[in-house]
Design a protein around this ligand. Structure first.
Ligand code: ACO
Length: 333
């Protein structure tokens, strides 16, 4: 699905906030846990360390912190929020939604609240959905959050996955704007034939939690890394081009590309095919690893906080993930 927002009313980003786990897990730490090396991880992924939550923390804790920071950045409070959309693959519980818990934590008493699950593409899916509440005129303030604690579903005995993931949350406050700022175009897609390549097999209605599922490690992420890799490079390129074409921009018009932070080789391969200089691509996976739904929004917020992008800049967000899904968006800050 591709949409170009012809309406002069757009969803503009009024505030950004983010939070990552407080525990640092380095490649040297992983060398002590599984048969791997700093050299292998660095060369194959670009990741040097990740930030994990404590055992007593959950996704809603990071999401709440990110949401409060974004509200403060926008000069708003929880009571001003009309809608909360949380993208996550690691909700605190299967139900209620993590968005409901965030709503309580931030005192957003009048808000509608729900979760979106679209793998690592989740934040851009949520951005698309959230922005529609504004462009339709039905809402004034929408809080969009991407939050995940993949450490809770990672098998730290599986070297092919445990080196990749970290925990984080990012949030943006959306408000209506008619001055040219805001979400310019979005592209969402899915190919369910790839659903088996990346999954959490147990804990749902297909394989409810039993002694068997626990003993067979079925509550941990399972991934066919090579299949996902091939898909990722192609779809990052295609989705980027689609989002640019949809609003009549070219790569030269973009101040920064914010790709999903899965693997530096994936980002680099896509960057080269799109012919975009390295300084225009945001990379923070070396410090945080892959934070799934949080990766794109944390990278966007960090790029803004560090002064690499600012008001008036056009940015391209692009992601892929479990589903298999993909999503991209062009946004003028
Ligand atoms: N340390 C050392 N060796 C390793 C490790 C490790 N951590 N992991 C795998 N290896 C070995 C393999 O066993 C294999 O050994 P063999 O040749 O003797 O069989 C060898 O390294 C090569 O393995 P590959 O799987 O071919 O390695 P590859 O270069 O493909 O890198 C990786 C693996 C990093 C997982 C890569 O495929 C990748 O990044 N894929 C995309 C993953 C991704 O983006 N996932 C998104 C998930 S997010 C979400 O939605 C929750």
């Amino acid at each position: 699905m591709i949409e170009f927002r012809k309406s002069p009313l757009r969803a503009a980003i009024a505030g950004l906030g983010w939070s990552v786990g407080s525990r640092v897990l380095t490649n040297a730490d992983l060398e002590k846990m599984v048969d791997t090396s700093d050299q292998w991880i660095t060369e194959r992924t670009g990741i040097k360390e990740r930030r994990l939550v404590r055992d007593d923390e959950a996704t809603s804790d990071l999401a709440t912190e990110a949401a409060l920071k974004a509200l403060e950045d926008a000069g708003l409070q929880g009571r001003d929020v009309d809608v909360i959309v949380v993208a996550t693959v690691t909700p605190d519980m299967l139900f209620p939604c993590t968005a409901n818990i965030v709503q309580k934590n931030i005192g957003a008493k009048k808000a509608a609240a729900f979760d979106v699950l679209a793998g690592c593409s989740g934040f851009i899916y949520a951005l698309d959905i959230g922005s529609r509440f504004l462009t339709s005129g039905s809402s004034e303030v929408v809080l969009v959050i991407g939050a995940d604690t993949l450490s809770k579903i990672t098998n730290y005995k599986d070297r092919s996955t445990c080196i990749l993931f970290g925990d984080g949350a990012g949030s943006c406050v959306l408000v209506p704007s008619s001055d040219g700022r805001g979400v310019l175009a979005t592209v969402l897609g899915s190919d369910g034939s790839g659903a088996d390549y990346l999954k959490l097999p147990a804990g749902g209605s297909r394989l409810p939690a039993t002694e068997y599922t626990v003993h067979n490690d079925l509550h941990y992420i399972q991934m066919d890394g090579q299949k996902v890799f091939e898909f990722a490079v192609k779809i990052l390129v295609d989705a980027s081009i689609s989002a640019l074409d949809a609003c009549g921009l070219t790569a030269d018009d973009i101040s920064m590309v914010i790709p999903h932070q899965a693997n530096l080789r994936i980002v680099e391969a896509a960057r080269r095919r799109l012919n975009i200089p390295p300084e225009k691509v945001m990379v923070n996976l070396d410090r945080y690893g892959n934070m799934s739904s949080a990766s794109v929004i944390v990278a966007l917020a960090e790029a803004r906080d560090s002064g690499r992008i600012g008001p008036g800049d056009a940015v391209l967000l692009v992601a892929f993930g479990a589903g298999l899904t993909w999503a991209s968006a062009t946004v003028r800050l």
